[in-house]
Design a protein around this ligand. Structure first.
Ligand code: SF4
Ligand code: SF4
Ligand code: SF4
Length: 494
């Protein structure tokens, strides 16, 4: 393999969510750990699942549409389409949905009965019909519960993590839908359709979670979905800047330059929305902000992913200038300069537009140069040399429970991971020490590339002693970042 080319991850089964922990199990154990699909038993009962489920959903959609809940009606139809993917995680959700719909039909029945009795109108036929529909939903729930595994049998091994990603995204977005629906773009475009946006976001979270769990494609898919978020983010930013405030989350523009987010907070004397959002995310998901969620870092990562990068030259340069090219050195200087400039401008009473203009100009000046460096040397230049926010992510990320650990017994010092890492977190020395450097952003690229599965994510400092525990930790992390990504993408906060 040429040194200038990124090493290819080992050929693995695409549905394998995580490597087994060395010494903690074998393939026979893995085959019997309940992660295998029950098989395509699409018998007659299983084939009836989508028909009955969709019948219930269409009836509910019609009911919602008639009552003026367009978003709920559309969400109901969307779920009917989504279950055609047959993903295993959808089975328990479908059961809950059907039970919820049944309860809703009974509530509606009770309300209509009361109205009819008050108005002294005939009610018996209507009550029989509504109770029959509620019963149909219960029957469908029973069918999905019993015969569901025959229909929902795709991506069975990923069902827990995809379900968690879906649930987390819902958990984060439902309060927005209930308390502040105007923050949802769909709601601003067509009032009443916020529920559809929330369901789309949660479905996207589950889909991305499946992609990031696929060892063969996780790296490429991560870069893809990360860039998609960036495009949507900057698209909305440009539309807002052009005067279409409909595309702005809060109605006011936030300058999306990392240095301005830090310096602006110091200048104003209050953290501001973006910095608070950043800190909350970093406490939850650690420095994964810088590998999955930052609107700017995706371009730096894409540039560093260049096939033509001269990584060996960077290696030589780093050996010759270990301090200057340390991933913390320049960023510490940049952070110091940002703090100093912000406090100086504040003391001089410089007007806010001038301060913002200076920050944006500096950011725009440094970005192209850093991207060129990234492309040339295969290391995220802007993120590891320039960005003060990235340094804060790595420092504040120590508050989060997620870490990466290297099993020194399983590691053969082959060096594959050091060539894969775009954030200078892995060197011969850090690998020998069993943990990446502070600049690690939890991108999981090394974990997927290690041919000996010697690298694993840990939670609260505890490394998985079994393959199942390691998978669970990885699954929890992937579910979390997928849900956060989906929330960011569908709120695309500007
Ligand atoms: S280092 Fe800065 S630009 Fe890079 S991903 Fe992190 S916050 Fe974004
Ligand atoms: S952890 Fe060890 S075995 Fe795995 S890629 Fe890195 S150097 Fe090679
Ligand atoms: S050490 Fe691994 S997870 Fe951390 S930044 Fe490098 S490649 Fe990504």
């Amino acid at each position: 393999m040429s040194m200038s080319q990124p090493p290819q991850p080992p050929q693995l089964n695409a549905s394998d969510p995580l490597p087994p922990v060395p010494g903690a199990g074998n393939s026979a154990q893995n085959a019997s750990d309940g992660q295998t699909a029950p098989g395509p038993q699409a018998g007659r009962a299983a084939r009836a699942v989508p028909i009955l489920l969709n019948l219930c959903l269409v009836l509910f959609a019609a009911h919602c549409y008639r009552a003026g809940y367009t978003g709920l009606a559309a969400a109901s139809l969307l779920w009917g389409c989504a279950i055609l993917s047959r993903s295993a995680w959808m089975q328990p959700v479908s059961v809950l949905v059907l039970l919820g719909l049944s309860a809703e039909w009974f509530v509606t029945c009770g309300q209509i009965l009361q109205i009819r009795l008050l108005m002294d109108e005939p009610w018996l036929r209507l009550v029989i019909i509504l109770c029959a529909v509620a019963g149909l939903n219960q029957l469908a729930a029973l069918l999905v519960l019993r015969a569901g595994p025959g229909w929902f049998n795709k991506r069975y091994a990923l069902r827990h993590r995809q379900l968690a990603a879906f649930g987390l995204a819902l958990l984060l977005l439902l309060p927005v839908l209930v308390r502040a629906p105007h923050l949802l773009l769909f709601e601003r475009l067509v009032p009443g359709t916020g529920a559809l946006q929330v369901l789309l976001a949660a479905l996207w979270a589950a889909l991305v979670c499946g992609w990031l769990s696929d060892r063969k494609r996780a790296h490429a898919r991560r870069l893809l979905v990360w860039r998609l978020f960036s495009v949507v983010f900057f698209g909305q930013f440009l539309l807002s800047a052009a005067g279409y405030t409909l595309f702005s989350l809060t109605g006011s523009l936030h300058i999306p330059v990392p240095g301005v987010i830090v310096g602006g907070a110091l200048y104003r004397g209050e953290p501001g929305f973006m910095l608070l959002l950043f800190l909350a995310t970093v406490v939850l998901a650690g420095p994964a902000w810088c590998s999955h969620l930052c609107y700017l870092g995706s371009w730096d990562a894409a540039a560093a992913d260049s096939q033509k990068a001269h990584r060996h030259r960077l290696q030589h340069l780093r050996e010759r200038h270990p301090l200057a090219l340390h991933p913390l050195f320049f960023r510490l200087i940049m952070l110091g300069l940002t703090v100093l400039c912000a406090l100086l401008l504040k003391a001089l009473g410089a007007p806010l537009p001038l301060v913002l203009g200076l920050g944006v100009a500096l950011g725009l000046l440094l970005l192209p140069a850093a991207l060129l460096l990234s492309r040339r040397y295969g290391q995220a230049g802007y993120c590891t040399l320039v960005c003060p926010l990235g340094l804060l992510a790595c420092l504040a990320g120590r508050l989060s429970p997620w870490r990466l650990a290297i099993d020194r017994k399983a590691c053969t010092q082959c060096g594959t991971c050091t060539r894969v890492c775009r954030y200078a977190a892995l060197t011969g020395q850090t690998v020998r020490q069993g943990a990446p450097g502070l600049s690690c952003v939890l991108c999981r690229d090394c974990l997927q590339a290690c041919p000996h599965q010697a690298i694993a994510l840990t939670l609260a400092g505890r490394q998985g002693k079994t393959g199942a525990r390691t998978k669970a930790v990885d699954g929890a992390f992937v579910s979390l970042v997928s849900a956060l990504h989906a929330v960011f993408l569908f709120l695309a906060m500007v």
